[in-house]
Design a protein around this ligand. Structure first.
Ligand SMILES: NC(=O)c1ccc[n+]([C@@H]2O[C@H](COP(=O)([O-])OP(=O)(O)OC[C@H]3O[C@@H](n4cnc5c(N)ncnc54)[C@H](O)[C@@H]3O)[C@@H](O)[C@H]2O)c1
Length: 263
């Protein structure tokens, strides 16, 4: 019995106590679940999103420490946000590059403008986040960068040509950043998360672009051996692990949380 209660105590200790974390796209879906879970795990969480009002509301409702409007595709927006975090908290321990968009279209139907927009948010946004986070974290010789890729960064779908390209890019860029930080001795870890189908507003927006949303959704779910979609909390649980010191030996990894979809 004594062993059992010791175990219980261990599991109730906040796993991110004392850490400062910034989450992009924190007003909705997976980003919101990660930011809220980080706060319950004791982190000082900076909620950021392109939608300022929704982000401020989410921050207040879920125990955040600071809300900032941040369009991840803009270099100057990062240049504005990161100094505010450093001024306020003196450090950045964790960055979650979560913000993303998914625009439906195959190689014939997707417009060049939609391709460019996908790249700007889903790939350039992650690059900028990594660039600014490495600068902020390296003096402390520690930090964890978590990049949100997707099952779509591993397996192709005809109707997601730009999203596939961006998310696959995130996977290898993550390894490049991890390698660089290792070579430089910065102590900064960088890993990617690859969720399968998760029930969030991005999915509704994607389905709304289809002529047959029911068939598209059924087709997506059919590729998940577990037989159903996941929830944002499933992804947040993995993000807590990667953000925490429990993952101190984990860098350059591509971790799936996908009901077996990558098999
Ligand atoms: N839902 C899924 O099935 C699924 C699966 C795999 C990966 N993902 C990835 O997870 C991440 C989160 O997606 P979600 O499902 O929670 O979607 P969501 O639409 O619920 O949330 C995305 C958030 O990102 C914000 N955002 C969009 N463009 C932005 C920009 N330029 N700058 C800052 N914020 C911006 C939105 O305002 C929104 O709050 C994305 O990177 C997505 O590609 C989602």
């Amino acid at each position: 019995m004594a062993g059992g209660s010791a175990e219980l105590v261990e599991h109730t200790v906040a796993r991110l106590q004392g850490k400062t974390a910034l989450v992009t796209g924190a007003a909705s879906g997976i980003g919101l679940a990660i930011a809220a879970r980080f706060a319950t795990e004791g982190a000082q969480v900076v909620f950021t999103d392109i939608t300022g009002d929704a982000c401020t509301r989410a921050c207040h409702e879920h125990g955040g420490a600071l809300a900032l409007e941040l369009d991840v595709a803009l270099d100057e927006a990062w240049g504005d946000a990161i100094p505010q975090v450093m001024d306020r908290f003196g450090k950045l321990d964790v960055l979650v590059n979560n913000a993303g968009i998914a625009l439906l279209g195959d190689v014939e139907t997707l417009s060049v403008a939609d391709f460019d927009r996908t790249m700007a948010v889903d790939l350039r946004g992650v690059f900028l986040g990594c660039k600014y986070a490495v600068q902020a974290m390296k003096p402390a010789r520690q930090g964890s960068i978590i990049n949100m890729s997707s099952i779509s960064g591993i397996r192709a779908q005809a109707e997601l040509v730009a999203y596939n390209a961006a998310k696959a890019g995130v996977a290898l860029m993550t390894k490049s950043v991890a390698l660089h930080c290792g070579q430089q001795g910065y102590g900064i870890r960088c890993n990617s998360i690859h969720p399968g189908l998760i029930r969030t507003p991005i999915l509704d927006k994607l389905l709304a672009q289809s002529e047959d949303p029911d068939a598209l959704l059924a087709g997506f779910i059919a590729t998940h051996p577990i037989g159903h979609m996941g929830e944002p909390a499933d992804v947040a649980a993995l993000a807590v692990y990667l953000a925490s010191d429990e993952a101190r030996f984990v860098t350059g990894s591509a971790m799936s949380v996908d009901g077996g979809a990558a098999m």
